[in-house]
Design a protein around this ligand. Structure first.
Ligand code: GLC
Length: 558
């Protein structure tokens, strides 16, 4: 009989100074405004992160990816950057940032920061200058300004819709229009303009010189555009998203081939450093188009969101794993496994919903505030525990989202007046938006904002946070927090090469694979227990005896 209750030992980690530190790293995403609030203004901040470095160390992560912390009006949770080379004063100062970097590095944790190169905030000095400058000026050329159509130019240049809903063009007082693929407060930059190239190189060096180890590139597939006439209509474009994008790079704004010239330029900058700075592309492109973003001449790694989009289903998982291992052998990069981030319904909740194609991403549940279809909270938690053990056993890096180590569910019933996400406001009645996965973390079972800060939280926290707070789970060896700690610790010891071999077990609902040196992982996706294969149980997502229960994963040493 083996269970999940042994005390975690102190982590034994390689000094992460090697150039390949990222290949099999466990990366923890911090959404800074919702992580920990040090100054008591209701927004998480940099000092809050620094104070929690011991927590991150104990968790056993190799790196932190920090979502934007730059000055921002928060029209899109910080993805509207007003100044790329500073810290939002509400979150701290550059000195606080340096202190955080030192604290992370002293604990052997790398730091990846988010770079948002497709658009700036409308508050950015360049955009303000563009607004005050006439059509055709150098200041306007840094963005995508066009005249409108119709006799008086009162119609937008195209009928395209933005990602958050509503028109993708906004008119300025002199009658011209600018393109914004996201919110109107996020004007798209013109990557044909040399100032834009030079400024981002300056930004990459600025943070690299401050000790940042890598970059996460926001909507990396959007930067270059071909707006030459005739432009397609929205009817022609609207289904061409993500997996349905053309494979030849001919979409006017997503995944054009020219974007790789930018990343080749950036790669030279990354390689000026020792170890070279890393980068990971957020590129929602068809699978065959991913390796180019991940190549050693480009960004070096690209997100694979396929498991985040998959239902809890063995054959879907198997296909995604096989495909992505093939893609990483094409690019030479390691794969990236992700279940949750700040843009999607938390996976604990997704897995507790009916796993049919219409509800697997949780959207229909969100529209009904969690009342229909019924959420099975425990089932979601159980599957999520099984899923993370499976992910952490795969070769490649795993990107985890803050709060998933607590088994946090989505907060599905935020009141309308609390909502912040532009995708909610621009899509009312269609999308609930992303605020439900961005609610500030519970650190303690009581106190103002459950230990997040001393004075409330910028999104309301539900009462059930008391049961799942860090301090509660720390005292409970059966908790999800303990499972993550033990898994991350064991993974450091077990991980060697990047090979994976499937072990045939004759049951299509059980995925069983072997890694080098006798490490095996078995996940039972079915609703029935299955026999435990031979080997010593290293870790299990639920207590096991001679059987693996339904919806559970076991790590074996064979
Ligand atoms: C990315 C970010 C998302 C943001 C969008 C626009 O998809 O992950 O949060 O809203 O880019 O910057």
């Amino acid at each position: 009989m083996s269970d999940t209750t042994a005390q975690p030992k102190s982590a034994t980690k390689d000094a992460p100074s090697k150039p390949n530190w990222w290949r099999q790293a466990a990366v923890y995403q911090i959404y800074p405004r919702s992580f920990a609030d040090h100054n008591g203004d209701g927004l998480g901040d940099i000092k809050g992160i620094t104070a929690r470095v011991p927590y991150l160390k104990e968790l056993g992560v190799d790196a932190v990816w920090l979502s934007p912390f730059y000055p921002s009006e928060l029209a899109d949770g910080g993805y509207d950057v007003a100044d790329y080379r500073d810290v939002d004063p509400r979150l701290g100062s550059l000195a606080d940032f340096d202190e955080m970097v030192s604290a992370l590095h002293a604990s052997g944790i790398k730091l990846i920061v988010d770079i948002v190169p497709n658009h700036t905030s409308d508050q950015h000095e360049w955009f303000q200058e563009a607004l005050q400058s006439p059509p055709g000026s150098a200041a306007r050329d840094r963005y995508v300004f066009r005249d409108g159509i119709g006799p008086d130019g009162s119609q937008p240049p195209t009928d395209w819709q933005s990602v958050f809903g509503g028109p993708a063009w906004h008119q300025v007082p002199d009658g011209q229009w600018y393109l914004h693929l996201f919110a109107p407060e996020q004007p798209d930059l013109n990557w044909d303009n040399k100032d834009v190239h030079e400024d981002f190189i300056k930004t990459l060096r600025f943070w690299s010189n401050r000790g940042v180890d890598g970059f996460r590139i926001d909507v990396a597939h959007a930067l270059t555009k071909d707006l030459s006439e005739p432009l397609p209509t929205w009817e022609e474009l609207r289904h061409l998203m993500h997996e349905n994008l053309p494979l030849d790079g001919t979409h006017p704004f997503w995944d054009r081939d020219e974007v790789h010239e930018i990343y080749a330029e950036w790669r030279k900058v990354f390689n000026e450093y020792d170890p070279p700075r890393t980068a990971v592309a957020e590129a929602w492109v068809p699978r065959p188009r991913r390796p180019r973003y991940a190549s050693a001449e480009g960004l070096g790694q690209a997100f694979n969101f396929d498991l985040l989009e998959a239902a809890w289903d063995a054959s879907e998982f198997r296909e995604v794993i096989d495909d992505n291992l093939t893609l990483s052998s094409e690019s030479g990069a390691s794969s990236t496994w992700v279940l949750s981030n700040h843009d999607v319904v938390r996976h604990v909740t997704r897995y507790g919903l009916p796993q049919d194609p219409d509800t697997k991403n949780g959207k229909s549940w969100l529209m009904t505030d969690g009342k229909e279809p019924k959420l099975d909270r425990e089932l979601g938690e159980r599957r999520a525990r099984a899923a993370v053990l499976l992910l952490l056993a795969l070769p490649g890096s795993t990107y985890m989202y803050q709060g998933e180590e607590l088994g946090l569910h989505e907060v599905g019933d935020l009141p309308e007046e609390a909502m912040q996400d532009p995708s909610y406001f621009r899509n009312k009645g269609v999308e609930k938006g992303r605020d439900g996965c961005r609610v500030p973390l519970p650190w303690t079972p009581d106190g103002a904002s459950f230990g997040f800060g001393s004075n409330g939280a910028h999104l309301p926290q539900p009462g059930w946070f008391a049961d799942v707070a860090v301090a509660v789970q720390e005292n409970d060896p059966a908790s999800t927090l303990w499972l993550y700690r033990r898994a991350l610790e064991a993974r450091h010891k077990l991980q060697s090469g990047e090979a994976l071999e499937w072990v045939d077990n004759g049951n299509a609902e059980v995925l069983h694979f072997a890694r080098p040196d006798g490490w095996q992982c078995v996940t039972n996706f079915s609703a029935q227990p299955v026999p435990l294969p031979p080997g010593e149980v290293v870790l299990a997502s639920v207590p096991v005896d001679d059987e693996i229960p339904a919806d559970a994963t076991v790590w074996l040493k064979v």
